[in-house]
Design a protein around this ligand. Structure first.
Ligand SMILES: *[C@@H]1O[C@H](CO)[C@@H](O)[C@H](O)[C@H]1NC(C)=O
Ligand SMILES: *[C@@H]1O[C@H](CO)[C@@H](O)[C@H](O)[C@H]1NC(C)=O
Length: 409
């Protein structure tokens, strides 16, 4: 019997997992018996014990309950966006350029064309091209892939929902996000105040209040307050003098920033250290400097910063949104700045996407867009401390090793 002959009935995912697990057991006769753990046990990601896997034993246990909540989150989002007239679409997962986010892609190879391809890191650029094409409200809910390390809130593949809306700006998008999140929490838990244990079942219980409107913090003035200095004007952040000042401030406050210490990376670490740490209830950090936001439109009244927001809950980012930069000339300049950061060794800096620039040249109407991390939202709504607790069959190292052993038999 070959592995690919195993069919997991989609409607009984829980039972499918048990079935798959049993088959593995039969295959691996020569190995020691598999240790069975519950998905919500506190096993470390890098635990060296072999063959760990999920087991969803019965229809009523709390593990399965988490996946029911997760499914309700996804269906709530679909229903919410559908009712606002958004069209759900599927855009390519493999592209010749990986754009739309600041992240490192997985590279793959297309044999017939003998060319490099990239797994998508975000669907955003494709969705904006659809807005150019006349779909005024488009969204996609699906997986993205980022070649980065795994920790309690990061997994190399994760689920994102991105939605783009013509004739909307970041203020509109923040209201929509508040409506969507608060409506979702209320429909799932019957209250807007939920209890969460950030350190797991033995840790303290913290209340998260999803009642809108959410607090808004402007990044630059708030940073200046925490740092007790006045920062150079944001439109000069890419000059050597400004980078040097940011560098000195990070060192002074013991804010760790591995090289390359570009303005964007230093600012990102400073914001993480001083501002994100304060976001427990849902909080919007807004008006990011241009150097940190290559795809966002300049702020209509504050030069050097952009119309962008990030939403944090319990110190973790769950949304990123902005008024889309729709000027192709300005966009090319921003990509050039990214190329400089890349040349300085930042392998997460964005690359020039000529197709996207061409689309902007045809004309993108004023548009707002937002992406939300479904897995992290699911963590907060299911009391999970490890992102893998709310993913079915996560790519645990040992599980992969085990599968490889089994196939080799
Ligand atoms: C992922 O990143 C690592 C480390 O930079 C690299 O060695 C590897 O080739 C990358 N994998 C893919 C599939 O791109
Ligand atoms: C999380 O666990 C705590 C303690 O058991 C409980 O009070 C709380 O209601 C749980 N929260 C959710 C969202 O299930």
């Amino acid at each position: 019997m070959k592995l690919q002959n195993i069919i997991i009935p989609a409607t009984f995912a829980g039972f499918g997992v048990v079935y798959l697990a049993n088959v593995y057991k039969k295959f691996c006769k020569k190995e020691e018996p598999l240790k069975e753990i519950k998905a919500n046990s506190k096993a470390k990601i890098d635990d060296e014990s072999p063959g760990e896997y999920f087991q969803l034993q019965s229809a009523n246990n709390e593990v399965l309950q988490k996946f029911r909540v997760r499914a309700r989150i996804v269906s709530y989002i679909r229903q919410f966006l559908d009712s606002l007239g958004f069209l759900e679409v599927q855009t390519p997962m493999m592209n010749t350029v990986a754009g739309g986010a600041t992240a490192k892609p997985f590279i793959t190879h297309h044999n017939e064309h003998n060319s490099k391809m990239f797994m998508r890191i975000a669907p955003g650029l494709s969705l904006k091209m659809l807005v150019v094409g006349g779909i005024d409200r488009a969204y996609e809910l699906g997986k993205v892939f980022r070649n980065e390390s795994t920790d309690l809130t990061h997994n190399p593949e994760f689920t994102i929902c991105e939605f783009y809306m013509a004739y909307a700006d970041y203020e509109d998008l923040m209201s929509i996000t508040e409506d969507m999140l608060s409506g979702m929490v209320l429909s799932i838990h019957g209250t807007l105040k939920i209890n969460y244990q950030p350190e797991g079942p033995d840790g303290p219980i913290e209340q998260i209040d999803f009642t809108p409107p959410y607090r808004r913090m402007k990044i630059i003035p708030e940073l200046e307050k925490r740092l007790e200095v006045s920062l150079p004007h944001p439109s000069t952040f890419d000059t050597p003098e400004a980078v040097e000042l940011l560098d000195r401030l990070s060192t002074k406050h013991d804010v760790h920033c591995p090289p390359p210490r570009t303005a964007a990376r230093l600012l990102d670490k400073l914001v993480g250290h001083f501002l994100e740490e304060e976001c427990r209830n849902p909080t919007f950090l807004i008006d990011h400097p241009q150097v940190m936001s290559p795809l966002a439109k300049c702020h209509r009244s504050a030069p050097g910063v952009t119309e962008r927001f990030e939403l944090f809950v319990c110190k973790k980012k769950i949304c990123n949104g902005y008024t889309v930069l729709n000027d192709p000339f300005e966009q090319r300049k921003r990509f050039d700045q990214q190329a400089k950061d890349r040349a300085a060794g930042d392998d997460e800096a964005q690359v020039i996407d000529e197709n996207y620039l061409t689309a902007l040249e045809y004309g993108l109407p004023p548009t707002g867009g937002c992406g939300m991390g479904i897995d992290r939202i699911a963590m907060f709504l299911t009391n999970s401390t490890n992102i893998q607790d709310i993913m079915l069959l996560p790519a645990m190292k040992n599980m992969l090793k085990r599968t490889a052993n089994c196939m080799g038999e």
